[in-house]
Ligand binder design. Structure first.
Ligand code: ASP
Length: 458
């Protein structure tokens, strides 16, 4: 394979949920001969009340670990693959091979629960890749399955949370470079140096795609999903939000932080480090332009590229007269947070007070009580309290660096909408501005900001 001419195309679970979807995947792969590496997830949901294969595999593994038979889950998993094989008119032997392999996995050693779980979790992608390779062959595309073992994708021995080992890249480049067919590669898992199967965190097929894109120095990493593009605001909050056709890695990272959920920003690190352009596309509408995420983009009119918002934060507010003169106050406060095993997001401060913004989901009532007690007794704070229900809103755009008056426009738009700003942060990042508002004001605030920065004539 020649470098910089090939594309790595990753398809998510909904793109592989049934035979109809897999036919679309085959047509997409066939339509562009430069798509030489195809990375697949496990079959996902066919409808909103369906269950992903990966979730079924996890349930099956857990039941087995608890001593149950898991027969119903096992049957549901096999039935799903058999149905796809039947509907695609592929050889029945494949279904038998899958059933045999699942049996072998189920019979594996269960002493280490996490390893057993990963062995089963990884099966979803593995079977899917074998199936898609056959489907492509039937469509006349010279294709073959290539798995992490043969390709040399080595991961750290951290079940469910594995990291790629750096030596993988040269091995992957060598193996992929020697194959003439289109490769279908299962996402989500790899092998430890001792040969055990381990998985990335959930959603980890994106990581596999980014690693392969980096290894082959791909011209583009295509990430096929079920949305047309990334939108300038969450369409659930702003139905007419416009698509973003071009954004930079940094813009994507800032937007993802505050809730843009196309993919985990961590998942694409290998592609970002290798400066490979990422193209988010829709399997159901391949003709849509999609969104390109690139290292840099030319500065165009309209400084703001997107507005993201995320709920579920709370503030620890601590007040103490003359706090500003007290050496080490901030450190001691953060130490209390650290000793509870909590990570914090932001720390806006005043003369006599400090606020620490945390993700609410990591806090229990007991932790809160301990923290407040220590603030009063150890830090001698006059006031300490938790305020729940904070929503963070980010306005993001590389062009904000060069544009005067952005904060004024944003704050007046919020004021006109009657939204009270609880906190504000600009400066830490040149390309974004952050506002904290009450969760109940989220929709109104995003709408006001969208109208201000994206409505016609602005
Ligand atoms: N199938 C795995 C999951 O559901 C990985 C992926 O789809 O990316 O998390």
């Amino acid at each position: 394979m020649k470098k910089r001419t090939i594309k790595v195309a990753k398809f998510g679970g909904t793109s592989l949920a049934n035979a109809v979807q897999i036919r679309k995947v085959c047509a997409i792969v066939k339509s562009d001969p430069s798509r030489r590496v195809v990375v697949v997830s496990a079959p996902g949901k066919r409808s909103s009340d369906d269950v992903k294969i990966t979730d079924r595999l996890i349930a099956l593994a857990r039941t087995r670990l608890e001593g149950g038979s898991g027969d119903a889950e096992r049957a549901a998993i096999l039935e799903r693959y058999e149905e796809i094989i039947r509907d695609l008119g592929l050889s029945k032997t494949l279904g038998e091979e899958i059933a045999g392999d699942l049996e072998r996995r189920l019979a594996a050693d269960r002493k280490e629960a996490a390893t057993y779980l990963d062995l089963l979790k990884a099966a979803g992608e593995d079977y899917c890749a074998r199936l898609v390779a056959q489907a492509l062959l039937r469509e006349g595309v010279p294709a073959r399955y290539l798995g992490p073992e043969e390709a040399g994708l080595l991961l750290s021995d951290e079940p469910g949370n594995a990291q790629v080992l750096p030596e993988s890249y040269s091995r992957l480049a060598r193996v992929l470079g020697s194959i003439r067919e289109t490769v279908v590669f299962p996402g989500f898992f790899g092998l430890t140096p001792t040969g055990r199967i381990v998985t990335f965190p959930r959603g980890g097929s994106d990581i596999t795609g980014a690693i392969l894109a980096s290894a082959v120095q791909a011209a583009e990493y295509e990430n096929f999903t079920d949305v047309d593009s990334v939108f300038a605001a969450d369409p659930r909050l702003v139905p007419e939000a416009r698509p973003i056709e071009l954004l930079t890695y940094r813009e994507m990272r800032e937007l993802a932080y505050a809730g843009f959920g196309v993919f985990h920003e961590e998942a694409i690190i290998p592609a970002v480090q290798a400066r490979i352009p990422i193209h988010i596309r829709n399997t159901n509408r391949p003709e849509a332009p999609g969104s390109r995420v690139v290292p840099e983009r030319p500065y165009t009119a309209g400084a703001v590229v997107g507005i993201a918002s995320s709920d579920g934060f709370c503030t620890l507010f601590v007040d103490k007269y003359l706090m500003n003169r007290e050496v080490g106050f901030g450190r001691r406060l953060l130490q209390i947070i650290e000793e509870e095993g909590l990570s914090y997001e932001h720390m806006p401060s005043g003369i006599d007070n400090l606020s620490v913004v945390l993700r609410e989901e990591q806090l229990t009532e007991a932790m809160k009580a301990r923290i407040l007690e220590r603030c009063r007794s150890e830090l001698k704070a006059e006031d300490a309290e938790f305020e729940p229900g904070l929503c963070l809103i980010m306005i993001v755009g590389e062009g904000m660096r060069y544009t005067v008056g952005m904060a004024a426009r944003a704050t007046s738009a919020l004021a006109r909408a009657g939204v009270n700003i609880e906190m504000m942060n600009q400066g830490a990042s040149e390309i974004s501005m952050m506002f904290g508002v009450k969760s109940v004001d989220r929709k109104r605030a995003v709408r006001a900001l969208y109208d201000e920065f994206f409505s016609a004539g602005t």
